[in-house]
Design a protein around this ligand. Structure first.
Ligand SMILES: [Zn+2]
Length: 673
């Protein structure tokens, strides 16, 4: 008996020692997290959609972006070299350019975690060495401020010192977890200690109004998790507490365009009821606050985050998962807003901003909420973003980008006239925040595919992959997932290795997947399958056990809430998690996208095309094209003339890969009552 007891005790101790501490988020010990990260590299895509995208990231996206950023066009590495005294020349690029380089480095680390190519590690070490030489002796680093003598540290919060620092902290923690090295982490710690000295205890005057684009909150929490130094957690919390304390007044550090709701400064976060302001700023802030809650368990914080998440996805989000309805507008409290949220249900298509970063931030916030609550609705939003408004930000080839992601593009006399909304994808955007954000997301996605629960594993994302991990009790678990998702709805999960005791396998049943069936070893195991929830299967699993999931991949027409005036009497086509659009290369010559209507009774069929747009399922059916022209602002109604054509719809993410084109997700419906 005593021997058995000691054996169990030994296993428990071993279990704690084996706890996962190398996840994208190291939240194994975070008291308020239900779904914990698997270690980076424990899951790798083997076949299908995400395997193809990862391969593209490995072979094209990350190397190409590296060439750009370490070369003279991107100039990011040059900036560090100039400040380090290793190169002559002038600093070029935006205030947040350092942060965008750190994001690319992070993407490169995720690739290394999978392929272990020593060349990647060697290059990263060279860059880290240069960054270390650029860092001031007291720990400060922001190359633009350091390079220009007329700029003072914290002279304006738009210098993005906190944003750059946040991405540095995150990238350094990831580097440490993947490589075990501390060279990058040491730089991050030095910078974090500098920030701690500068901002703690609570600063006075204008320092209260930092930061701007607050990735430092997420980064500081991750640094706390890496080092166990709770000063970093306290500092992260301070940046939440400072919001709402400064009034809506311009000052020398806060220009009149960037105050109040625009930067989530009007209302203290714990009292916020609606998502306001710049969408990227807001969602990075909320994501950071979710990380702080994960450690502190403060009820007021999670109550606010629950309200804000719900407000975003139920009243301010596009059908593609995109967020940030406008380039310029006003908040609910009539503060000036840029690139951000406006009124609930006000969802313009043609002028939608939907910055790629904002959409990705929506999935990052949702991933954190998934961890905190363990509910499928959060993973549904992650997936919606990933397959639609995130991937739309990069070309199929992997080298050209979109910054804004509207749901309709027309060249009929409409010119957005701004510097981030483009007609065609761009090989380089001077404001380069989105491309590396997207590439690092694609590169790390296998780390989001599964989570660890108290006595099991949760399947969050579908796609061919292999998981080789340790559960939270230290026992080994191997699973193989086979699927051609999202083009097909069947998923097979095979248990390759597991402990002898019973444990949970949780499988997400997407909210749209009505009629899904789940079998274990070919038989209906009697589980009640509820779309929008995780199905929890507890049993003594054995090697060779097979779970099969069959999600009906019907083509569905979606309509908006009647309060969304911009989509009244229009429908969007969706199949599984993928939203479709009509694009001008698929229309008869000289057809404008604004003339295309969808007959309600049109029979739509899906067709997988392996050699088209990187391999996609298209949807075809008869669409009505209006032939009479209405050029005036308003026209007297007369019976329209129509032409019916069989037209192919393509996944929204794959549009703009065939030259200059027009596109629309929402199509006016012709009812045949
Ligand atoms: Zn961006």
């Amino acid at each position: 008996m005593r021997k058995v007891f000691l054996g169990v005790l030994g296993m428990l101790t071993l279990g704690v020692a084996n706890a996962q501490e190398k996840g994208i988020m190291n939240n194994t010990k975070s008291p308020s997290v239900k779904f914990k990260s698997i270690d980076i590299g424990d899951c790798h895509w083997t076949s299908g959609f995400w395997a193809d995208k990862f391969k593209k990231a490995e072979e094209v996206m990350v190397p190409y972006m590296g060439e750009v950023l370490t070369g003279d066009v991107g100039h990011a590495l040059n900036n560090f070299k100039i400040v380090a005294g290793l190169k002559e020349g002038k600093h070029k690029g935006m205030k947040w350019h350092d942060g965008d380089f750190y994001k690319w480095m992070e993407a490169s680390m995720y690739i290394y975690a999978q392929n272990k190519d020593p060349k990647i590690l060697k290059e990263l070490d060279e860059y880290i060495d240069i960054i270390g030489k650029a860092q001031a002796p007291d720990g400060y680093i922001q190359t633009q401020v350091q390079a220009f003598t007329d700029r003072e540290r914290f002279g304006n919060r738009q210098y993005h010192e906190m944003y750059n620092a946040g991405h540095l902290f995150t990238a350094a923690c990831i580097h440490n977890r993947i490589t075990g090295k501390t060279n990058f982490l040491d730089i991050a710690i030095k910078q974090a200690d500098f920030l701690y000295k500068t901002f703690m205890p609570e600063p006075k005057g204008d320092l209260k109004r930092f930061g701007f684009n607050q990735t430092q909150i997420m980064g500081l929490v991750e640094l706390y998790r890496t080092t166990q130094d709770d000063r970093y957690l306290k500092l992260a919390e301070l940046f939440i507490n400072l919001r709402g304390k400064s009034g809506v007044e311009p000052s020398s550090v806060a220009g009149y365009k960037f105050i109040g709701d625009m930067v989530q400064e009007r209302t203290p976060l714990r009292k916020a009821k609606t998502a306001e302001g710049h969408a990227v700023l807001a969602l990075y802030f909320y994501a950071g606050a979710a990380d702080v809650y994960a450690e502190t368990g403060e009820q007021a914080l999670i109550d606010a985050l629950d309200r804000l998440w719900s407000n975003v996805v139920n009243k301010k989000m596009y059908v593609t998962g995109a967020v940030g309805q406008t380039h310029h507008g006003v908040s609910s409290h009539v503060d000036m807003v840029h690139e951000g949220f406006i009124n609930e249900y006000m969802m313009p298509n043609l002028t939608a901003y939907n910055e790629t970063c904002a959409n990705i931030c929506n999935s990052m916030f949702s991933y954190r909420m998934l961890g905190l609550h363990g509910e499928a609705k959060y993973a549904d939003i992650m997936e919606l973003v990933l397959f639609n408004s995130a991937l739309s930000g990069i070309s199929i080839e992997g080298k050209d980008y979109f910054y804004a992601n509207p749901l309709r593009v027309s060249h009929k006399g409409y010119d957005p006239g701004n510097d981030t909304e483009f007609d065609v994808r761009q090989p380089y955007i001077p404001c380069f925040c989105c491309p590396p954000n997207l590439v690092r997301t694609i590169a790390k996605l296998s780390g989001w595919a599964y989570s660890l629960t108290s006595n099991g594993v949760a399947v969050n994302l579908f796609g061919g992959n292999e998981l080789s991990t340790k559960m939270l009790d230290g026992s080994k678990l191997k699973l193989t997932q086979e699927s051609q998702y999202p083009w097909q709805g069947n998923v097979t999960l095979t248990v390759d290795k597991c402990k002898r005791d019973a444990f949970d396998i949780l499988v997400r049943i997407p909210e749209w997947a009505k009629g899904t069936t789940v079998k274990v070893n070919g038989k209906d195991a009697g589980y009640k399958v509820i779309p929008g929830q995780y199905l929890t299967m507890n049993k003594k699993w054995r090697k060779g056990d097979v779970i099969t999931l069959d999600m009906p991949m019907e083509i569905k027409l979606l309509e908006g809430n009647p309060l969304i005036e911009e989509v009244r009497n229009q429908a969007a086509v969706k199949r599984g998690p993928v939203v479709y659009c009509v694009e001008s290369p698929d229309l008869p010559n000289n057809t404008e996208v604004l003339d295309v209507y969808l007959p309600f009774d049109s029979k739509l069929t899906a067709n997988y095309k392996p050699d088209f747009l990187g391999g996609v399922t298209t949807i075809s059916g008869a669409l009505a094209i209006r032939k009479d022209k209405n050029e005036a602002m308003y026209n007297e109604v007369s019976k329209p003339t129509w032409e019916t054509k069989n037209v192919q719809l393509v996944p929204y993410f794959s549009w703009a890969n065939r030259g200059v084109s027009e596109m629309s997700v929402w199509l006016p419906v012709l009812w045949n009552k």
